[in-house]
Design a protein around this ligand. Structure first.
Ligand SMILES: NC(=O)C1=CN([C@@H]2O[C@H](COP(=O)(O)OP(=O)(O)OC[C@H]3O[C@@H](n4cnc5c(N)ncnc54)[C@H](O)[C@@H]3O)[C@@H](O)[C@H]2O)C=CC1
Ligand SMILES: O=C(O)[C@@H]1CCC=N1
Length: 271
């Protein structure tokens, strides 16, 4: 009998997000993983640790996964999902991380009775620091919901919503959120260079400042606003910078617009 922490999984699509979660699951210990991935380069990092096939038809006949993780691009769903219908008939749990794709849209491709959890993770899952927000479709059992929770908890923090429509703003905020934070590191580095700092030093400073601030935020019970105030000496240097960043048309408004744009795109991807 296996002592792996997690049960057998079938991963459909091992790109940036599927690969990030797989890294976390393997670190935790999985009974067996079969990966369906047509692009060999995507699975190179997992050689010897998982079984890889290039199409779902080639999944070994006797393999009976507890969950099938759908991690292709939304635009690749029509090609990838119909071949998974045989697992739906067997009552398996599907966990889709695809942006936009609704439970109704997916059951349409998998067969009407497919049990689908929509999950919106993010790439810090690769270092088990992810955040995933989930919605359980009709027919998902309590045991299957607990399995989805366990799998996603293995790569970070998990939350559930009862309203599927909330997954669209979740996609915009926490799904894409790491990109906005990485952009912050990029522009901070550029600004440092503009003030005459050498490139290597600018890069180190920007990366460590963003990563260290994230670690402080994670470790602290204080609000982000209070942590910001703690840096900001009255009439000091940070105050001058924040007067620029927090101006009415600056970051607060830009972030509102950015999140609204991403939420709208998530709704479009349903189609
Ligand atoms: N990248 C991210 O930060 C996040 C991505 N997502 C979602 O995860 C999904 C994947 O995104 P990424 O990993 O960024 O894209 P990606 O392009 O890196 O990965 C998709 C993978 O699916 C493979 N694939 C294509 N057709 C396939 C098929 N028929 N069967 C099996 N595999 C197939 C591709 O070769 C590729 O490796 C998307 O639906 C996205 O909305 C969700 C949250 C965050
Ligand atoms: O950009 C995207 O569409 C996906 C969903 C959230 C992060 N990446």
């Amino acid at each position: 009998m296996s002592h792996a922490a997690l049960p057998s999984l079938l991963l459909i699509g091992c790109g940036k997000m599927g690969g990030a979660m797989l890294e976390g699951w393997l670190e935790q210990g999985v009974e067996q993983v079969v990966v369906v991935e047509p692009y060999a380069g995507a699975t190179a990092a997992f050689a010897g640790r998982v079984t890889t096939v290039d199409s779902v038809e080639k999944v070994p006949a006797g393999f009976s996964p507890a969950a099938i993780i759908l991690a292709t691009k939304p635009q690749q769903a029509e090609a990838a999902l119909p071949g998974c219908a045989r697992f739906a008939q067997a009552g398996a749990l599907f966990i889709s991380v695809m942006a936009g794709k609704t439970v109704a849209g997916m059951t349409g491709m998998l067969g009407g009775d497919a049990r689908v959890v929509r999950a919106m993770p993010n790439t810090p899952a690769a270092v088990r620091q992810g955040f995933t927000c989930c919605f359980a479709g009709e027919g998902v059992t309590t045991v299957q919901k607990a399995l989805a929770d366990a799998l996603l908890s293995a790569v970070g923090e998990v939350a559930w919503v009862e309203d599927e429509g909330l997954i669209d703003p979740v996609t915009a905020v926490s799904g894409g959120g790491p990109a906005y934070v990485f952009l912050l590191a990029e522009v901070l580095e550029q600004a440092a260079i503009s003030q005459g700092l050498p490139k290597d030093l600018a890069r180190r400073m920007a990366r460590r400042t963003v990563a260290g601030s994230g670690a402080l935020l994670a470790a602290s019970e204080l609000d982000a606003a209070q942590l910001r105030i703690n840096v900001t000496s009255p009439k000091g240097t940070t105050e001058r910078a924040l007067n620029v960043l927090m101006a009415p048309d600056a970051w607060p408004k830009l972030m509102e617009e950015a999140i609204a744009a991403a939420t709208a795109r998530s709704r479009e991807l349903a189609g």
